[in-house]
Design a protein around this ligand. Structure first.
Ligand code: ATP
Ligand code: FE
Length: 366
């Protein structure tokens, strides 16, 4: 089979084709990041307009790169949830149009499941495994039991780590530094943090330190960071476009605090899996994914934890951590192989803005 993946859940229009062996034949990605950086955040109408403008081009480009036509494709795999409704709708409508025109089966994809499974394309990772998904809209720990079977252990009670990095980066005015101007908030904070001299001069709390569950909370870290920033701006009489001199130290302090929290909760999850024997003792595996998984400081510290807990750790290549069409095509292929969620009645399909992991299964569809 040849599976064509389409992703439009947020601000990237992504397509890809994978073959039956899981080889990537081609991909195409149109990122809206620079436009949204200029606007100071994603405006859903703007994102939708850009998806509309680029969806056909991205599909065509992907087919052209693989030297294929839509007739050669076996099935379409398309992100329908969760995400920005206006963005998701563009992918769904265009994919339904293609499915009708070329008479192709449709495989609905859950964006976070695709983040959780794409590592299997590059590494041989059998089920079950523990996954930590850290991105712009989510932070969660789950056990991946099968392609469409997930057990959620914990999630963020407020914002997501990528969202905090993006907001803080904006308030720190990192975009005014030419070398950071084209980076996402998380990338800019990582780059600036690497130049820190005294990150310990800023004190940030460890969230939910006294709770023994696997949930996360990042709003406290965000607020404390912004308070430090405000205090420093007053101290230095800073207004307008200027950055505080301690900007790198503050970035490092935030990155360290976020990392400690992630490591702390992941340790809880591993202990929980061991206690309840949810993952066999000798087969402990942690898969980290989502855009924030690109962060090398975070990954390094999770690796230290996993070494101590005797877990293997994996993450996809950075360009498969952030949003892309490849993970959608890959998830489509895994579902095709397993015969799950292959839909021919297009009317039964719709988008969903919020949706827990494992929400789609064959029983509820078609
Ligand atoms: P979700 O997957 O939850 O719907 P999303 O699709 O918008 O959210 P992703 O594309 O998976 O999120 O990830 C984007 C996020 O990753 C952004 O918030 C960005 O700041 C963050 N990010 C990217 N690179 C890094 C990095 N090196 N360090 C930290 N954060 C990063
Ligand atoms: Fe994502």
């Amino acid at each position: 089979p040849l599976i064509f993946g389409i992703e439009t859940s947020c601000d990237d229009t992504g397509c890809a084709i994978v073959d039956g062996r899981g080889n990537l034949l081609s991909e195409s990605l149109h990122c809206q990041n620079l436009i949204h950086l200029r606007n100071g955040g994603i405006i859903p109408d703007v994102a939708q307009d850009l998806h509309r403008r680029y969806i056909e081009l991205t599909v065509e480009d992907t087919l052209k790169k693989a030297n294929l036509s839509m007739d050669d494709i076996t099935a379409l795999a398309v992100t329908l949830q969760p995400g920005l409704p206006l963005s998701l709708a563009v992918g769904m409508k265009y994919a339904k149009h293609l499915a009708r025109k070329f008479n192709k089966p449709f495989i609905p994809i859950h964006h976070m499941e695709a983040h959780a499974l794409v590592s299997r394309m590059q590494h041989n990772i059998p089920f079950p495994y523990l996954t930590l998904l850290i991105s712009g809209g989510h932070c969660l720990l789950a056990i991946v039991q099968d392609i469409n079977q997930f057990k959620l252990l914990g999630e963020s009670l407020d914002s997501a780590p990528g969202e905090v990095f993006d907001k803080v980066s904006r308030r720190l005015k990192l975009r005014n530094v030419p070398e950071y101007s084209k980076m996402s908030g998380g990338q800019a904070i990582e780059a600036s943090a690497s130049k820190a001299s005294d990150p310990h001069c800023f004190k940030l709390p460890l969230p939910l330190a006294n709770y023994k569950d696997c949930n996360f909370s990042f709003n406290g870290l965000k607020t404390s960071t912004l308070l430090h920033l405000h205090r420093k701006e007053k101290e230095h009489n800073i207004e307008g476009d200027e950055l505080i001199p301690e900007v790198s130290d503050l970035c490092a302090a935030l990155l360290m605090a976020v990392t400690r929290h992630l490591v702390h909760r992941t340790q809880r999850a591993i202990e929980f899996c061991k206690q309840r024997k949810l993952i066999p003792e000798t087969e402990g595996r942690l898969v980290v994914s989502g855009g924030v998984a690109c962060n090398n400081f975070i990954f390094k510290n999770l690796t230290i934890l996993c070494n101590e807990m005797e877990y293997d750790i994996f993450r996809p290549d950075p360009k498969l951590c952030t949003d892309n069409g490849v993970m959608i095509a890959w998830n489509g292929l895994e579902k095709w192989r397993g015969g799950v969620d292959i839909v021919t009645d297009l009317n039964s399909l719709d988008i969903k803005a919020v949706s827990p992991l494992g929400d789609y299964n064959a029983d509820t569809l078609d």
